[in-house]
Design a protein around this ligand. Structure first.
Ligand SMILES: *Cc1c(COP(=O)(O)O)cnc(C)c1O
Length: 394
């Protein structure tokens, strides 16, 4: 036999990756300590050192999610995988699942729930708006879903869902509450236990400024009871919460069962990302994000931009969505990327082609970074005005 597929020549050159200031909806730039942690040596996923690492991360995640839930852990997948995991553990095929839709992520959650064979009820709100208790109660009353999927910080539109009373309301109707906090953890307050959230999901690459690929997740005792009483086994072993929980030592068992080989470098990085939050203190982390968002909004107002989310109180401080009527958004986006090596988010889902998204998450939630993006945006707006005028004259 002969090697017929030739050597790909691209591999004979080193990998080139540009350095951007990452101010989109994620990933963000990583703290140098996080990058450094990834070069630590490999260990076996069933050695004591690995279990110690998981135990520490578990305690850190409980702090960040403000939860005492036993079944708190991290799954080796990005936020999308955590969405799949939350739904596939709680809902069985044929059961009714309600999705509160006001942006791209809830649309995706509905798609996931449908692929898993559940009966999906879509409760819709205009993108840029959030759900009231009345909106939610109507759905619960009419459809009696086993779970409600709700997004806290909606990164495609920039809203922040108020949580007062939502958990109690769901439980009164015997419905479990899944809260998508993927871009919200370590950015805005997430009070898992106090809000009565039954499954909360997060991610490593947004507020925690770690590489993408890991998702903190916690299940309430109510959620565990539902999983234990399933008539059918879950569809995906990799995401099976109980099997995973045994590996993470969540049920107090002495013996821990191998589940999968951890992407260890990512876990080292996550431990460091959590350490940075612990050192600063969660309240200070939230306050830093709030303050940077305010600085950004004040500066943006001076530039005369419009905000996609009209009600200031409903804006997610991690991601600010702006509209620039009469301005070519693609021109602005490309200019900022190429001229200033700065990545912002284009619109996505309902804001696609209608808005730009500026992320001030984690490591990048700093006053000097806010000043940088304001300066860069001002320059880009002048450039776009000029370029568009030239085009008209031609
Ligand atoms: C980013 C995001 C996700 C998906 O996370 P990935 O890590 O990109 O898979 C899910 N939900 C929300 C609200 C998000 O902002």
């Amino acid at each position: 036999m002969k090697v017929e597929i030739a050597k790909p020549s691209s591999f004979l050159k080193p990998l080139y990756v540009p350095q951007y200031t990452m101010l989109g909806p994620g990933p963000t730039n990583c703290h140098p300590r996080v990058m450094h942690a990834m070069s630590l040596p490999m260990i076996s996923p069933i050695h004591d050192e690995a279990y110690q690492l998981l135990d520490e991360i578990k305690e850190g995640v409980r702090y960040i999610l403000q939860t005492k839930y036993d079944l708190t852990m991290v799954i080796s997948t990005s936020g999308n995988g955590a969405m799949e995991a939350a739904i596939c553990n709680l809902a069985e095929p044929g059961e009714t699942v309600a999705i509160a839709i006001n942006g791209m992520w809830s649309i995706r959650a509905a798609d996931i729930a449908e692929k898993q064979g559940t009966n999906v009820i879509r409760t819709e709100k205009t993108p840029g708006d959030v759900f009231t208790l009345d909106d939610i109660e109507q759905t619960l009353k009419e459809h009696k879903p086993v779970l409600l999927y709700l997004v806290l910080g909606e990164s495609s539109t920039g809203t922040l869902q108020p949580m007062e009373g939502v958990g109690d309301l769901c439980h009164r109707y015997n419905c479990l509450l899944v809260l998508d906090c993927v871009p919200s953890i370590a950015v805005v307050p997430v009070y898992t236990d106090e809000w009565g959230v039954d499954v909360v999901i997060g991610s490593s690459q947004k507020g925690l400024s770690c590489p993408p690929g890991l998702a903190p997740i916690a299940f309430s005792p109510r959620a565990v009871k539902k999983i234990m009483s399933r008539k059918s086994p879950g569809p995906v072993r990799y995401f099976d919460a109980i099997t995973l929980g045994k590996y993470w030592g969540c049920f107090g068992d002495k013996e821990r069962l191998y589940h999968h080989t951890l992407p260890l470098s990512l876990y080292y990085a996550l431990r460091e990302g959590i350490a940075l939050v612990v050192e600063e203190g969660l309240e200070n982390v939230w306050e830093r994000h709030r303050m940077c968002h305010k600085l950004l909004v004040d500066g943006l107002k001076k530039l005369g931009v419009d905000f996609f989310v009209k009600d200031e109180k409903l804006r997610f401080p991690g991601i600010t969505t702006i509209c620039l009527p009469g301005t070519d958004l693609k021109l602005v986006y490309d200019y900022i990327l190429k001229k200033h090596s700065t990545e912002i988010g284009p619109g996505a889902g309902p804001t696609s082609g209608r808005a730009l998204r500026i992320g001030t998450l984690g490591y990048n939630a700093k006053p000097h970074i806010v000043e940088h993006i304001l300066k860069v945006l001002k320059d880009a707006l002048e450039y776009a005005k000029h370029a568009q005028k030239e085009k008209i004259l031609k």
